[in-house]
Design a protein around this ligand. Structure first.
Ligand code: ATP
Ligand code: LTN
Length: 327
């Protein structure tokens, strides 16, 4: 029996290079080796305000990105989180064993409340990691391929699953985060101390997978660099390191080789080539996305929901029985 993996992305903004390099690129590789379930986590997206029409459009768009990137619906199962109500039900049950300080510790929550102010933050944002835990353990997931920024959430998932098992008897598989060097955080182009993020205030923070050639060139030209003029890959030059990482991950040329290639060539030469590398990656991806119709994608998502529903139902029934609910 193949081990199961589960992961998801929120339809909360434009997907960017960080999402691709940090998460999706790994999924494509893993789907041959693992039984794979990939979700569009729309219930997570609404933890911050969303326009309903935009949410609908983006939910389909995220699924299109999965497919265009190489997720094969014959090998992997794709579905929309809100179509399986067991996620919300299990989240509620896990809420009763999760502790308030455990959630207060989550860096993503701290970052997001800092950005938007606690007063205007929804309770759902606080509870976000518990819903994520429910997503994962509902399917006896063994591995969770995510970007490094999500490792803390997977750690909490393990804690909750272990706590439930201890209290009510063996029920959940204890999952592990799966990260590789490609899940290294891709940082913002406007600020290398923060991760590239689709909810960033400035569009100069990220390169969206939907950006056209002119936009990519403009954003890369504007990307902050460190002082000096040499192309070196080092922690002392975090902005440049980030650009070299993007170059390397998209071209399969190692950072060392990139350094060599640009000895005494200067930033502008490097940036021009980086823009070429990004555009060469994005153009065929965008073509594949454009070739997918909404109808086709919705069909795939519906088939996916049909496949996972019985798994979710069975696990939730087991949980309900164990905690004393009459089913
Ligand atoms: P937001 O910033 O709006 O919270 P996001 O851009 O972080 O969103 P998510 O939907 O939260 O995107 O993340 C989807 C996946 O992409 C996760 O596995 C996450 O770890 C990964 N990811 C997101 N941003 C980056 C990044 N900058 N570098 C590497 N991986 C990333
Ligand atoms: N919080 C995740 C998205 C997410 C997820 C999941 C990832 C929601 N549920 C389950 C893996 C497994 C994020 O990337 N921001």
């Amino acid at each position: 029996m193949k081990k199961r993996i589960f992961s998801g992305i929120q339809p909360s903004g434009n997907l960017h290079l960080g999402n691709y390099l940090g998460a999706i690129k790994n999924w494509v590789k893993l789907q041959d080796e693992y039984e794979s379930i990939f979700c569009v986590v729309d219930m997570h997206a609404i933890t911050v305000p969303q326009d309903p029409a935009e949410l609908r459009r983006r939910t389909i768009e995220v699924a299109k990105v999965y497919l265009a990137s190489g997720i094969d619906p014959k090998k992997s199962t794709l579905f929309i989180q809100s179509q399986i109500s067991e996620h919300a039900e299990l989240c509620w049950i896990l809420n009763t064993i999760a502790k308030i300080p455990e959630l207060e510790k989550m860096t993503q929550f701290k970052d997001k409340t800092q950005k938007n102010g606690k007063e205007s933050s929804a309770v759902g944002l606080f509870d976000y990691p518990v819903l994520m835990a429910a997503d994962i353990i509902l399917y006896d997931t063994e591995l969770v391929p995510v970007g490094k920024d999500q490792k803390q959430h997977v750690e909490l998932t393990r804690t909750l699953a272990e706590r439930f098992n201890k209290k009510f008897g063996e029920t959940f598989v204890i999952p592990k985060a799966y990260t590789t060097e490609t899940s290294e955080n891709i940082m913002g182009l406007d600020d290398p101390s923060k991760k590239m993020s689709k909810s960033a205030k400035s569009e100069y923070n990220y390169i969206a997978l939907s950006d056209d050639e002119e936009t990519v060139r403009r954003k890369i030209k504007k990307a902050v660099t460190d002082s000096g003029s040499e192309i070196v890959y080092s922690d002392e030059k975090p902005a440049l390191k980030n650009l070299i990482n993007i170059y390397s991950l998209l071209s399969e040329i190692s950072p060392k080789e990139i350094e060599k290639k640009y000895v005494s060539k200067g930033y502008s030469n490097f940036k021009n080539d980086l823009a070429d590398v990004v555009i060469n990656f994005l153009t065929p991806l965008q073509q594949k996305i454009a070739d997918l119709t909404d109808e086709k994608v919705l069909q795939i998502l519906e088939a996916g929901a049909k496949k996972v529903r019985p798994i979710a139902k069975k696990k939730l029934e087991e949980v309900k029985k164990k905690i004393g609910f009459i089913i």
